[in-house]
Design a protein around this ligand. Structure first.
Ligand SMILES: [Zn+2]
Length: 316
């Protein structure tokens, strides 16, 4: 455990942890024991557009969970945006009223204890690595295939965090082999470039997110369809094959760089069983090994991962 957890001079019994998932519309707080059993869940509406009220609501929620635990618990918080450590402010939050605000410092002040913070993809990865589908594995890469595409990298139960807090941000790297795949997915040649909100072109997220898959499907078939229903649908074969090929290429890069024991998939598209049948075969075509020993599995905790992972930000 990092010494910073004790910098307030108070002792924390790590028998219970509090995890907060700060979403765009709701704040979910859980009280979790050291085995990952959840003793209490509280959900409150986010005071939209009101920063001070948001800090106050989180603080009240934490105090309520403290009372339930009978002790002052360590707190972790997961957010959809990023906390910029050198400026101590939030950025890239969909909940835009948090951007540019010192959320972490204000929570530390309000709760008079250290608080740890990470983005929702990191929390997802940590939740699955510590007490989810990756619990038996040392090196876990968690990916979210949802409205956006994100990831997190956990080694021996610890989230890897670098100076830019960028670890796992594979969604904003360029899609590999775009339009030049020698394995014969020629459909891709017809797809136009995609602008990403981040200012780059053809980011992985623009193709592998839910909206990305829906767009591919519409361009190839003319049919409007929710992304999580493309696989197995009447006209979905080509779009889905292209999607898994694209996903396999990006995962092959991750495997070549960090060689994880397991890749755990979350988000709406990860619910398709076809993915776990087809992906390993395609990944083996692109990764620098034909052994294909990397496991690719669905997540265990689904939507609960945000709060669970936040709680695990305070490691044992
Ligand atoms: Zn991007």
């Amino acid at each position: 455990m990092g010494a910073d957890l004790y910098r307030s001079g108070e002792t924390f019994e790590l028998t219970m942890r509090i995890g907060i998932d700060l979403g765009g519309t709701k704040i979910e707080g859980i009280l979790m024991d050291r085995e990952g059993n959840v003793a209490e869940v509280i959900r409150l509406a986010v005071p939209r557009e009101q920063y001070d009220q948001t800090v106050q609501t989180i603080s009240e929620l934490v105090r309520e969970l403290d009372d339930e635990a009978g002790i002052k618990c360590p707190v972790g918080i997961g957010t959809p945006g990023a906390w910029i450590s050198n400026r101590s402010v939030m950025k890239n939050c969909n909940s835009t009223w948090l951007n540019g605000r010192p959320l972490l410092d204000d929570l530390i002040k309000s709760l008079s204890r250290p608080v740890r913070i990470a983005n929702d993809a990191d929390c997802f990865a940590l939740s699955e690595a510590v007490a989810g589908a990756g619990r038996e594995s040392q090196c876990v890469f968690g990916i979210i295939l949802g409205t956006g595409v994100g990831g997190g990298w956990v080694m021996n139960g610890r989230l890897l965090v670098g100076p830019n807090r960028l670890s796992g941000e594979w969604g904003h790297t360029p899609l590999p082999y775009f339009r030049s795949d020698r394995h014969g997915t020629s459909a891709e040649a017809d797809l136009p470039d995609r602008e990403c909100y981040c200012g780059r072109v053809n980011c992985v997220e623009t193709f592998l997110s839910g909206p990305g898959l829906s767009l591919t499907h519409r361009l190839l078939t003319g049919e409007n369809r929710e992304a999580d229903t493309v696989a197995g649908s009447e006209f979905g074969e080509r779009s889905y094959a292209l999607y898994t090929s694209m996903l396999a290429r990006t995962l092959a890069q991750i495997i070549n760089v960090i060689d994880p024991d397991i890749i755990v998939c979350g988000g709406g598209i990860s619910n398709s069983n076809y993915l776990y049948r087809d992906l390993p075969v395609k990944v083996a075509e692109y990764a620098f090994t034909s052994e294909g020993t990397t496991q690719i599995v669905p997540a265990e905790h689904g939507d609960a991962s945000g709060a669970r992972g936040a709680a695990w930000l305070n490691p044992a």
